[in-house]
Design a protein around this ligand. Structure first.
Ligand code: PXL
Length: 268
């Protein structure tokens, strides 16, 4: 039978990030995608494409999780944007209700549409209630600085130190993504397994951020794990998959391009 990949995340209305990117990634990697929507983000083209954010009622999130986990024996899940402390309570309870082979947490911390006070509560809840359950977490540079409490991450040693500190919060594996903002010509990711760090490199594809790259990477890790990969192989495959999708990125009328998940034969 085909492997099942599950995601609990937000909808992003242009389709470039969030659940839409996750489900395309799951499909492209030959897994059956099941999704639970936590919130709806609709960028506002009249206001510089800023985020408009609407949470889904926590009970409706709980209902979706009940439907998904009752219909299928899901054991590998990706957690994307959760959005509010109330949603985090519901998701943390659901994660505690069964055993999971893997929980991949993309620690999406700040959404510009949220008021800063609420966002801080959400960050704290994510750190306390979700991150300790992660088998893999995939912070970007900004999220790594916040979670590790480091003002600056500018060298590979800093990336490793950040990964170490985040591993102390509970996750078994930490993937810190350097991305375009990290100095140098390569997109560098550090994979830390609690003992050793492996450095993954690929030449940067330009200097502009591409929307959906973080979502796609974590979703590709999830799909590879669902199919039985070990974590290091899953991260390596996910990086290749995401890099190919950035090379073949899709542009429209928004001021950012998005990853094309159909670009790669990696992992198929
Ligand atoms: O890329 C982070 C992200 C994740 N999930 C949703 C988003 C975004 C960024 O816009 O909207 C739903």
């Amino acid at each position: 039978m085909v492997a099942l990949s599950y995601v609990i995340a937000g909808s992003e209305a242009t389709g470039g990030a969030g659940l839409q990117a996750d489900l395309r990634t799951f499909q492209q990697l030959d897994t059956y995608g099941v999704g639970t929507v936590t919130c709806i983000v609709s960028f506002d083209p009249k206001a510089n494409w800023s985020h408009r954010f609407v949470p889904v009622e926590p009970q409706v999130v709980a209902d979706q999780i009940e439907a998904a986990t009752s219909a299928y024996d899901l054991d590998v899940v990706k957690i994307g944007m959760l959005g509010t402390p109330a949603t985090i309570d519901v998701v943390a309870e659901a994660l505690a209700r069964q055993t999971w082979r893997h929980i991949v947490v993309d620690p999406v911390l700040i959404c510009k549409g949220q008021e800063p006070g609420a966002a801080l509560d959400t960050d704290t809840a994510l750190r306390r209630q979700i991150l300790p359950r992660a088998t893999v977490t995939t912070p970007n540079l900004f999220e790594a600085r916040t979670l590790a409490g480091m003002a600056d991450i500018a060298s590979i040693d800093d990336l490793i130190e950040a990964a170490r500190r985040i591993a102390d919060l509970g996750p078994d594996y930490v993937v810190v993504k350097g991305g375009v903002d990290f100095p140098g010509d390569d997109a560098i990711d550090v994979v830390f397994d609690g003992r050793d760090a492996e450095i993954l490199r690929a030449p940067k594809v330009g200097q502009a951020r591409v929307a959906g790259a973080g979502c796609t990477l974590a979703a590709a890790i999830t799909a590879a794990l669902a199919k039985g990969s070990d974590v290091l192989d899953a991260v390596r495959l996910a990086k290749e998959f995401t890099t190919a999708g950035i090379v073949e990125r899709i542009g429209g009328n928004a001021p950012f391009d998005t990853v094309w998940q159909g670009a790669s034969q990696t992992g198929r």
